[in-house]
Design a protein around this ligand. Structure first.
Ligand code: AMP
Ligand code: TRP
Length: 339
């Protein structure tokens, strides 16, 4: 049994704008878990530097950090209950990441599928930062000895690496249970939201087509247009789970509906059984507009006062530093670094 008190940590990169996948796969669960355990949520601005859209674009990094902070709060992350901060203001993340670079093995990182997907055939042109990105993620989590990490399905492998690093550190320094083995919290009907243009591809910030995703800042007309144009197939909606086989677009839209409505998927399938996509899409438009447009409005309100956002981040960073400092001190002592 782990002796570590329950503690949540998660984060998102401030690159481009957040979309429905970020919201349903992660943010919605962050809000819920606030009622169950203490939570730390960071905007991982140092991770963002591994992306071409951020590196070399200082204004965008700063602006996007504030936007993502506003999106967290507008979605229901409460900065008076949860610790909300940007990663780079808590220097212990980077320090522990270096130590973890010496714990993690090349073979482990070589297996990371997200790195392979992001670099394709051009591995030699990728930054070293992109390669060790999951090591920094492990440091984000373990510098607080966090036990629960709510994320989308695509982060499962990175969390396994975090657990491997934790275990190896504990073994190598003869400190059983020093770091916990953090649990991924991957729940809900939409742990992997797919592109609206292609039900076999993940909805992503970097897809060239804006019609592939619904952004949290999209207005009602844009949401409606994107859903009406979403790819489907010629058949009516199925009357059971079985009828979804080989119909990724239908499955994705039904999952989105279930997640937004917070209803079991089979109830959604039963409700629309045999209906045309156009009937279903009308209902989905209404639901998405009802759930998402208040978030966009609240983001706009919050972003009108960037100084207040910066104050929230600073306050959060101070609280986070206080938790991280004693852990890093113990790490240094365990490994023989004086000071
Ligand atoms: P990122 O946009 O890569 O910084 O991801 C931030 C969070 O959103 C992570 O927890 C991801 O797992 C989650 N996420 C990103 N894209 C999706 C998606 N298409 N479906 C579900 N969750 C997602
Ligand atoms: N790698 C995560 C993503 O792309 C972002 C992230 C960085 C993260 N550090 C983290 C998520 C720590 C959870 C916990 O989505």
């Amino acid at each position: 049994m782990s002796s570590h008190p329950h503690l949540v940590l998660s984060g998102m990169q401030p690159t481009n704008t957040l979309h429905l996948g970020n919201y349903l796969g992660a943010l919605k669960n962050w809000v819920k878990i606030q009622d169950e355990m203490p939570c730390l949520y960071c905007v991982v601005d140092m991770h963002a530097l591994t992306q071409d859209s951020a590196y070399g674009h200082p204004k965008e990094v700063a602006q996007s950090t504030r936007e993502v902070t506003a999106a967290y709060i507008a979605s229901g992350v409460d900065p008076t209950r949860s610790t909300l901060f940007n990663q780079s203001q808590v220097h212990q993340h980077a320090e522990l990441a270096w130590i973890f670079n010496c714990v993690a093995r090349l073979g482990w990182l070589d297996r990371m599928t997200q790195f392979k997907e992001k670099t394709g055939k051009h591995k030699e042109r990728a930054s070293v930062g992109l390669y060790t990105y999951p090591v920094l993620m492990a440091a984000d989590i373990l510098v607080y000895r966090a036990t629960h990490v709510p994320v989308g399905e695509d982060q499962r492998q990175h969390l396994e690496l975090t657990r491997d690093i934790s275990q190896k550190f504990n073994n190598d320094f003869d400190a059983p249970d020093f770091f916990p083995l953090p649990e991924p919290v991957i729940t809900g009907h939409a742990t992997r939201v797919m592109s609206l243009r292609d039900g076999t591809k993940k909805m992503s910030k970097t897809d060239e087509s804006d019609y592939s995703r619904i952004n949290l800042v999209d207005d009602a007309d844009t949401i409606a247009q994107k859903i009406r144009k979403a790819k489907t197939d010629p058949n009516p909606l199925p009357d059971g789970e079985k009828g979804l086989e080989g119909r990724p677009e239908a499955e994705n839209l039904l999952n989105i509906f279930a997640a937004l409505a917070e209803t079991p998927r089979d109830a959604v399938i039963a409700r629309f059984a045999g209906q045309t996509f156009s009937v279903f899409k009308n209902e989905l438009v209404d639901l998405a507009v009802e759930k998402l447009t208040p978030i966009a409005a609240e983001m706009t309100r919050l972003l009108a006062d960037p100084a207040e956002i910066d104050r929230i981040l600073k306050r959060g960073a101070e609280a986070a530093s206080e938790l991280a400092a004693p852990v890093l001190k113990d790490v240094k002592q365990l490994i023989g670094l004086i000071g």
